[in-house]
Ligand binder design. Sequence first.
Ligand SMILES: Cc1cc2nc3c(=O)[nH]c(=O)nc-3n(C[C@H](O)[C@H](O)[C@H](O)COP(=O)(O)OP(=O)(O)OC[C@H]3O[C@@H](n4cnc5c(N)ncnc54)[C@H](O)[C@@H]3O)c2cc1C
Length: 382
Amino acid sequence: MPDNNYDIAILGGGCAALNFAMTFTKSNIEKKIVILEQREYYQHDRNWSFWFKNDDKNFEHKDIIKKIWPYWQFSDESNLVRHQGIYYSYATIAAEAFYKKAEMMIAKDPRISLCMNSTIDNLTIDETTLQYRINVGENIFTARNIIDTRNMNYGSIKNHASFYQIFLGYEIETDEDFFDPQCVDLMKDMICTQDGLSFLYILPFSSRSALVEYTIFTSIFKSPNEFEKKLHAFMNTHYKDHGYKILHTEQAVLPMGEVSFKKETRSNFFHAGGHSGALRESSGYGFLNIYNWSQQAVHALKENKKTPRANQSNNFMNFLDRHFIKTLKLYPHESTIIFKKKKKNMRADNFARFMNGDIKFLDILRVIMAVPKGPFLRALWR
Ligand SMILES: Cc1cc2nc3c(=O)[nH]c(=O)nc-3n(C[C@H](O)[C@H](O)[C@H](O)COP(=O)(O)OP(=O)(O)OC[C@H]3O[C@@H](n4cnc5c(N)ncnc54)[C@H](O)[C@@H]3O)c2cc1C
């Protein structure tokens, strides 16, 4: 085999690609993989949070969990709802630790090549051999199978979705103790604005450091930078007296609700990750879905079976998520009530299970019972 010929080429080297690669290193599958990533090097660009099942002994990234919180809470101007899970906690993995772990594991595995600084310019298929030809600058890679994990840019998200989660966040450090390191603010100061439902998302890593994000669920596409003033105003009101410095910025526009994804019909081309349905339509959470997908995908490869779908939700969950977003779109002024009731009326563990997509029939009934019926049912007929 010439050097640039692989069994599998993974386009993009982010969360899905690296989760797949790390799982692959634990297998004895005799295949050659190349990961083509456009970035020159990895740097801390996000924190992945999810609900962690306290007794989960098999989770492969326990070693890099940055922080686990037993409590999470939601608030608006008049109410505060606090959850404490018995079986679930809220957890965060920092991207810097994840990328470092992935690079170390890949470096030890001669079957995987991670090529940084490799922007994919063009992809073609030879119809006789069914080999893909991937152009990366002057270099050409060939592969029998493709896993495309390249993320959508903002322009493409704008065109393919009609509802968005937009956020801008700062990781900060204060001079004095200020944060409660036991409790996450999932939705603080929820408020219906002209643009949509806005709130603050605060992950206190210690009593002196936190990620503070201004977030909005909206039908109006905007760049996260447009919320800089609002975030600064919040920070200055709450943290200025405690002397804070910004350590790192993270931002995103994530699609919510139904997204039209590219479908590839060839059996040797797979889409994976956020651009292909791995993000929950009602929340944008995707890390656990992607992790679970990577475990199943490597297992399928070993067993010579079909690669699983990136979207890990069942049809009913997809319907619920889509309907929930439709309700928010149709009745934006009722969104704080919808969220408040949903959180207030659900037990912490049921809520965590629902958010993780690890849902049982009874949980589905609980979600339906928890939201205000008026807008939710009215939206069914619109
Ligand atoms: C800032 C941020 C915070 C998030 N926080 C959470 C969270 O707390 N919890 C959660 O569950 N989910 C979260 N998500 C959602 C989701 O889990 C992440 O977006 C996740 O990283 C998606 O993984 P992915 O592999 O699909 O995409 P990415 O991790 O974005 O990887 C895609 C890769 O493709 C590369 N690429 C793109 N185009 C090319 C090209 N032409 N050639 C070569 N490479 C290319 C990119 O450089 C990138 O490395 C967050 C998303 C963002 C953006």
